[in-house]
Design a protein around this ligand. Structure first.
Ligand code: SAM
Length: 294
């Protein structure tokens, strides 16, 4: 049988099942076998691994994952693709297809028994419109995810890997790097998809840390401190915090001094651990109701 990466095969399947690419679901299918194999390799998928795939499409990468993994569970939102997947994956005994929205699926339940005895890796050519909620959802969940390898929009990949002082660095870099070591694997040109996406693409791997980089006393406060520091990149740290958090200047200055962080610097020069220390120190200055202690 010809490979599913062949545009001719894709066209035949679409015709047979009376399907059209659904923009609403971010459907851009891979048509390059080499890229598919490179993604599976970047995901470091082996025969002992349990792999969760998000958005199998017509099953192109699923077949490659099936060749290397112990078991593959793949979640597809588009009901019309399910009969296609049953045909294209009929020889892949280690694959289970689940129809559903990954953001609403109880992943623990569908991975069930396999979760306790196989390392979990997530590999996907993601639907770009929900990249951030998917990545943050898995980073913040208590699922024992070992790694995630995703084909995503290049700009989001650069933000995930952003380092202090660069344009790409922002709240997404800080929060994601709080939970994982993140690296860029390789860039992917638009011509390897059908239809071609209008944005550039990249493959990234996130290796989840056993515990977050710093223990947070109050996660909400951490997130609002990070957000406050990036709302206006030109403002100094102290001005950003004064304008966008409920704390007085006096309290903020005391806390920054205790954390040995100069108040006149810009928030974009701080690391995630710096923000964690500031948030933990500010948490000590709140009462039980969550209001700042005057
Ligand atoms: N894996 C295929 C490939 O590489 O050719 C298709 C990738 S395509 C970029 C994204 C896939 O995710 C589509 O099949 C789309 O229907 C599916 N999808 C979109 N939103 C989803 C969601 N919320 N949950 C699960 N799958 C979704």
């Amino acid at each position: 049988m010809e490979k599913l990466t062949s545009p001719r095969v894709i066209e035949t399947i679409l015709k047979k099942y009376d399907l059209h690419f659904n923009k609403r679901f971010g459907q851009n299918f891979l048509i390059d076998e080499n890229i598919v194999q490179k993604i599976v390799k970047a995901g470091d998928v082996g025969e002992d691994d349990l792999v969760l795939e998000i958005g199998p499409g017509i099953g192109t990468m699923t077949q490659a994952l099936s060749d290397h993994a112990g078991k593959v569970i793949t979640v597809e939102i588009d009901k019309k693709l399910i009969p296609v997947l049953h045909e294209t994956l009929k020889e892949c005994d280690n694959v289970t297809v689940v129809q559903g929205d990954i953001l609403k699926t109880n992943v623990k339940e569908i991975l069930a028994d396999d979760l306790s005895n196989m390392p979990l890796k997530i590999v996907a050519n993601l639907p770009y419109y929900i990249t951030t909620p998917i990545i943050m959802g898995f980073l913040e969940s208590d699922l024992p995810v070992e790694s995630m390898t995703f084909l995503i929009q290049k700009e989001v990949g650069e933000r995930l890997c952003g380092v202090p002082g660069t344009k790409a660095y922002g709240s997404l870099s800080i929060v994601a790097q709080f939970y994982a070591d993140i690296s860029i694997d390789f860039e992917v040109p638009a011509h390897v998809f059908i239809p071609k996406p209008k944005v550039d693409s990249i493959v990234v791997t996130l290796k989840k840390l056993a515990t977050p980089r710093i223990e947070l006393e109050n996660k909400e406060l951490f997130l609002s401190v990070v957000k406050a520091s990036f709302l206006n990149r030109r403002k100094t740290l102290i001005n950003g915090l004064m304008m966008n958090t409920p704390f007085d200047k006096e309290v903020l200055l005391e806390v920054l001094e205790a954390c040995e962080i100069p108040p006149g610097i810009r928030g974009e020069t701080l690391t995630g651990s710096d923000f964690g220390r500031i948030a933990n120190a500010l948490n000590q200055r709140m009462d039980i109701a969550g209001d700042p202690i005057k």
